[in-house]
Ligand binder design. Structure first.
Ligand code: SER
Length: 626
């Protein structure tokens, strides 16, 4: 039986056979992208190359990228949504385009995965006159040929949302449905963001299956992109060829393919199993929950099982990539995942702590694909158990507060329930349950009222995160590249001034500053800081060339190239050297994917603005361009 490990391998082999370099997954927390908290799609780490920077591995790249979509947290519970997933991806960076891409993906699905072509359907971009972007008849034409080769009828249907399936095979969707960018539809894209029409492939599980409990399917015509669950999107080819500018959409310097398909979803199609939680990546977690909950996974309790399984897998992956549960940024989401899992555990009647063990189960499942999880299993387990216990105590406190606040009153108000939820994470359901125990009246519309308060709150935080996304996409890219090179200069200067015990531990760049963590046992003196600054500014003044070479990893390391996380890199690596001669006369050599400036002079003068400790033996410096 085809399992996830084999499917992943088949996909990578298939594209390697067609000239693609296979690259490892980037971490779930983007390394040098201040505009978003998580890697939410396979293309995010590819952004500079889609915009035209030269990829050190060439113009054909494929990978399996770990992704986390925080915006889907509330969607989890149905047969197909997960917050963490693996995106199988292939890219053409100005190389092949629609014909090869669609032909290859179709061949992969049919010849490699053995899918029945008669159960595949596609959606195509319907065009937008206002934007001056035409309807994608070319893609529809290619699909007509491909299906014809398999003797399959290809009726084309317009307006599927209102007209329904109508025995169609190829469906033109209007508006933003078949458009992809990191920011969503064209109108939501900030200036400087690339995007393009896309083409999605769907698997039909069949009209006879029972999995549309939560949908409006029965009252509205079903179409391939409706939410009833009958059709599952298993791949998306984005024709990444436009750039949003202040004058509208303009062609990118090159036409790219950005393909992404969920590993879990493809596997669900292969097994003709509409519930992605029944594929091998989830089975051991579901089995374990069955054991602690003392009940089988059924359609009645499936939402709780799915939330726990999805959220814990995601939390484990995020913690293994360095995120700790906390109140801000990425850490906030890990906290939320764990807390939601605790609550859903309570709905299954689980009262004792049980989440820590899932770290080991997930680690074993991904032993081959992501060995780091198993290596860090102890610290991941500790982080999860710490948060779980903290939340259990919080719930206890919420309960006490509930008792206090309702003493002498005859009623549970939505406001009190919301305050308890906001302050203690005490769920509405528990408030209602407690109220019933104590014979308090609960108003009939408490759910609506509570939801209204929650929406108002969510709107406020969404506004904040949209602001975060917009901040800097367009205008920082040039500064970001300068800071990228400044990172190498700072690393080299610290090693010169303080000694070669200095090793980079991490970095983070925004359009305004560079943050750099490194090993060093004590606080830096003013004199040391001045010496580091002066060294960097001297190198800038010397206008040293920055050169890129692709070479074998062992050769690069032997030549003295610095690599933090050496094992993360593939055999062929990209090396950036700063100096007059990359063999004999250089000041910095590092394994790095770039992009960088071509001469240090372009960076301009810099200053160190702050220094502090982050952990025992690890210091943090902030540096700004002046
Ligand atoms: N970027 C596209 C997506 O996430 C395809 O990789 O669907």
């Amino acid at each position: 039986m085809l399992d996830s490990t084999l499917l992943r391998q088949k996909y990578l082999d298939f594209f390697a056979d067609r000239g693609h370099a296979i690259v490892p997954s980037s971490p779930l927390v983007p390394e040098n992208d201040p505009t978003t908290l998580f890697t939410g799609s396979g293309m995010q780490p590819m952004l500079p190359y889609l915009l035209g920077a030269k990829h050190p591995q060439g113009t054909r790249i494929a990978d399996s990228q770990k992704c986390f979509r925080s915006q889907d947290i509330e969607e989890v519970g149905d047969n197909r949504h997960t917050t963490f997933f693996e995106m199988l991806g292939n890219w053409s960076l100005g190389d092949y385009f629609k014909q090869e891409q669609l032909e290859w993906y179709f061949t992969f699905l049919i010849d490699e995965l053995g899918l029945d072509p008669a159960r595949l359907y596609v959606s195509v971009y319907g065009g937008d006159e206002k934007l001056g972007i035409p309807r994608d008849d070319e893609t529809a034409g290619i699909w007509q040929q491909l299906f014809k080769q398999k003797n399959i009828e290809t009726k084309i249907v317009d307006q599927p949302r209102t007209q329904g399936l109508q025995d169609g095979r190829i469906f033109f969707y209007e508006g933003g449905a078949n458009w992809w960018s990191r920011a969503g539809e064209p109108a939501q894209m900030p200036v400087g963001e690339p995007g393009g029409p896309d083409n999605e492939v769907f698997w039909d599980f069949g009209a006879d299956k029972q999995f549309h409990e939560h949908s409006a399917w029965k009252d509205q015509p079903c179409h391939i992109n409706c939410s009833c669950g009958r059709f599952l999107e298993i791949g998306n080819s984005v024709f990444m060829q436009y750039l949003k500018t202040d004058k509208g959409f303009e062609p990118l310097p090159q036409k790219n393919i950005d393909f992404g398909g969920g590993l879990e979803r493809m596997l669900a199609a292969v097994h003709d199993e509409p519930d992605v939680f029944k594929i091998d990546l989830f089975v051991p977690i579901i089995d374990y929950i069955e054991k602690v909950a003392g009940q089988k996974y059924t359609s009645a309790n499936s939402a709780s099982f799915r939330v726990i399984a999805d959220h814990l897998r995601a939390a484990v992956m995020l913690i293994a990539d360095g995120v700790q549960p906390s109140n801000k940024d990425q850490g906030y989401f890990v906290r939320r995942l764990i807390r939601r899992a605790v609550r859903y555990g309570k709905q299954l009647g689980i009262t004792q702590p049980f989440l820590g063990k899932i770290a080991e189960i997930v680690g074993k499942t991904y032993r081959e694909a992501y060995p780091a999880v198993m290596r860090n299993v102890l610290s991941v387990t500790q982080a999860i158990e710490g948060e779980e216990n903290k939340f259990l105590r919080t719930l206890e406190k919420g309960l006490q507060e509930f008792v206090k606040q309702t003493a002498g009153s005859a009623k549970l108000t939505a406001q009190l329930a919301f305050t308890l939820y906001e302050t203690y994470g005490f769920p509405l359901e528990l408030s209602i349950e407690e109220a019933q125990h104590k014979n308090l009246t609960v108003s009939g519309n408490i759910h609506q009222e509570f939801q209204k308060m929650k929406n108002q709150h969510a709107d406020r935080s969404r506004t904040a995160s949209v602001g975060k996304f917009k901040g800097g996409l367009a205008d920082t890219s040039e500064a970001v590249v300068k800071y990228h090179t400044a990172t190498h200069l700072l690393h080299a200067a610290l090693r010169q001034v303080l000694g070669t015990h200095v090793e980079q531990q991490g970095s983070n760049i925004t359009g305004e500053r560079l943050r750099f963590d490194f090993t060093h046992p004590q606080v830096l003196t003013d004199r040391e800081k001045q010496a580091v600054e002066k060294q960097i500014n001297d190198w800038v003044a010397a206008d040293l060339p920055v050169t890129q070479q692709t070479m074998r990893k062992d050769a690069a390391l032997k030549a003295g190239a610095l690599a933090f996380f050496a094992e993360k890199y593939p055999d062929q690596v990209s090396v950036y050297t700063i100096g007059y001669d990359p063999e004999k006369d250089w000041i910095s050599k590092e394994l790095c994917g770039g992009p960088h400036v071509t001469n240090t002079g372009e960076v301009g003068q810099i200053k160190i603005t702050k220094e502090k400790a982050v952990a025992a033996g690890v210091r943090r410096l902030y540096l700004e361009l002046v």
